[in-house]
Ligand binder design. Structure first.
Ligand code: 3UK
Length: 534
């Protein structure tokens, strides 16, 4: 290993022990990295040095920066961090804000200065922020002024947090104006930690996943290059927060890696995303399956002619949603499963390989297998635990759950999957979401996919409900489309429809109607909350 540039070795000292690390495989020529690498410098400075500084880079929040302009913002922020706030390589710097060009510049500045960026979801409350600050022993924070309150409320519980600086017409910009426009990137080792991304953690303390500078560049070399295949003239847009690695990759790191441009909008609900695609002539869109479903219903009123590639991730893409989007826009969705632990997508299908109901094939650079409970590889057709390895992998910050996620060198994502004869990986459910009813194994998402084919269903969630006679029954929570009424007749129609679509024993014995379903900020259905309500 090349010598670390980190003066503060807190994170490095808390990497998992060698025997708890996943296997790392680098079997593509583009996965050979130099010993010293600063991913922020690689993404921004290299482009400017290559004479492409005038290319359009980041748009949003009333600004439009070229690569050269972004570089200047990043360098001034890096100077503020180092000269004014005393950030040393290895310090954890918390970032808080909705997606915006400034938030992106702050991320790049922290990483360029050798710090470790700790992104946080905009909706987090003081209590949740305090847990993250404590776990990562965060020393500094850059925070959007409009989100200052919760962080301020957290501070009494955050003794490690010495400096908070606000941005967006605030102190950070005032200080930037006094600092030099050029900053030399800290000469980090390729395996110095660049970021800690916390998992959304539906239960328990969130896990901090650590990623090296090398991991960020490895992610760029795999899925974007081999599956997405966007180009320098593409304009990226989407909804996932930069604090979520789906958003960090799709809306910042991947476009910069190819010299493309990215639109960072603060509010990216389906209603807001559609007009933004038209306004910015966006060509590549990243969002979650439910967002595509909602946008498909309204697509006709918007000019989406600029769009050419649409990526769905975060949860399983139902075949019905793929069809709706194709009918509305003519575009075949690119589905991909990724995780915070692996940084980004590792199984996916491009437009040519897309097949309704299947996620796709292992992304070049990654290997995937289906294992039984004893870790033995299962043949095609059998449902088991999804296992993955590649150039990136799980490295939790001081967390015993490392030995659950990583076993025998494989990353176990917690998903039940099956491989079909054609090699396509087919999602079943989260392993702990499989419903066992009347002796049958039923995957909730399969029942959801069937319900979504019915024209009355806008959204739905299917869980197991404890039942005296059967142990567990299949229960569906359904949001109806406008013009459809809840009631006995609708319930019977939906049940009959499911029985006609998939094996009859999987039909929901109980259906409850809701105005909306509980979702995380990353677009995932919170099944545990539905189960509590069942
Ligand atoms: C589920 C999917 C079926 C699956 C993520 C792309 O979602 C991301 O990261 P998280 O850590 O969650 C990981 C889990 O989410 N999942 C994600 N995508 C799919 N299930 N089909 C999909 N296409 O349970 C997985 O284990 O929040 C996604 C890129 C980066 C990410 N961090």
């Amino acid at each position: 290993m090349a010598p670390s540039a980190h003066v503060d070795t807190f994170a490095r000292d808390r990497l998992p022990p060698p025997d708890a690390l996943p296997d790392f495989v680098f079997d593509l020529p583009e996965l050979r990295f130099p010993e010293r690498l600063n991913c922020a410098a690689d993404l921004v400075d290299r482009r400017v040095a290559a004479g492409e500084g005038d290319r359009s880079c980041i748009v949003g929040h009333g600004v439009h920066w070229t690569y050269r302009e972004l570089q200047e913002q990043v360098d001034r922020i890096a100077h503020v961090l180092v000269d004014d706030l005393g950030v040393v390589p290895g310090n954890r710097v918390l970032l808080r804000g909705a997606n915006s060009p400034m938030l992106a510049a702050c991320w790049l500045a922290v990483v360029k200065a050798g710090g470790i960026a700790v992104g946080t979801m905009p909706l987090l409350r003081a209590r949740e922020l305090a847990v993250i600050v404590d776990k990562a022993q965060v020393s500094h924070a850059l925070c959007d002024l409009r989100l200052a309150d919760e962080l301020a409320a957290a501070r009494p519980a955050c003794p490690s947090l010495r400096h908070v600086l606000h941005f967006h017409a605030a102190e950070l910009e005032a200080r930037m104006a006094t600092r030099p426009a050029r900053f030399d990137a800290v000469d980090t080792a390729a395996d110095d930690i660049a970021l800690i991304a916390f998992t959304s953690g539906t239960t328990g303390v969130p896990k901090g996943t650590m990623h090296f500078h090398r991991d960020v560049m490895a992610a760029c070399a795999c899925w974007p290059r081999h599956v997405l295949r966007a180009g320098p003239d593409d304009v990226f847009i989407g909804s996932p927060p930069l604090a979520f690695t789906f958003g960090l990759g799709g809306l910042l790191v991947f476009p910069l890696a190819i010299g493309a441009s990215t639109v960072l909008i603060e509010k990216a609900t389906p209603d807001a995303l559609l007009p933004a695609i038209a306004q910015f002539r966006a060509t590549v869109c990243f969002t979650a399956p439910t967002s595509y479903r909602a946008m498909a219903a309204q697509a006709a009123g918007h000019d989406l002619s600029s769009l050419r590639k649409c990526v769905s991730a975060g949860e399983a893409l139902p075949a019905a949603t793929r069809r709706l989007w194709k009918d509305a826009t003519g575009i075949e969705l690119i589905d991909g499963i990724g995780s915070t632990e692996l940084f980004h997508i590792f199984i996916s299908a491009d437009e040519q390989h897309a097949r309704g109901g299947a996620t796709g094939l292992p992304v070049p650079g990654y290997r995937a297998a289906i294992l039984d409970d004893d870790g033995r590889e299962l043949p095609p057709g059998r449902v088991g635990r999804l296992a993955v390895k590649g150039p990136t992998g799980c490295k939790y910050l001081a967390d015993d759950r490392q030995r659950q996620y990583v076993q025998r060198g494989w990353n176990l994502t917690g998903d039940a999957y099956r491989v079909d004869a054609d090699g396509q990986f087919v999602y079943q459910a989260r392993t702990d979401d499989m419903i066992v009813s009347g002796g049958y194994n039923i995957a909730g998402p399969e029942v959801e996919s069937a319900l979504l084919l019915h024209p009355a269903v806008a959204e739905c969630g299917v869980v197991g409900k404890p039942d005296e006679a059967r142990g567990t029954i299949v229960k569906a929570f359904v949001v109806l489309r406008p013009g459809h009424e809840p009631g006995e007749a609708t319930t019977r129609a939906l049940q009959e429809f499911v029985k006609q679509t998939i094996a009859p024993y999987k039909y929901p014995r109980e259906i409850e109607y809701r105005a909306s379903l509980p979702r995380t900020e990353t677009g995932k259905l919170q099944r545990f909350r539905l189960r509590e309500g069942a």
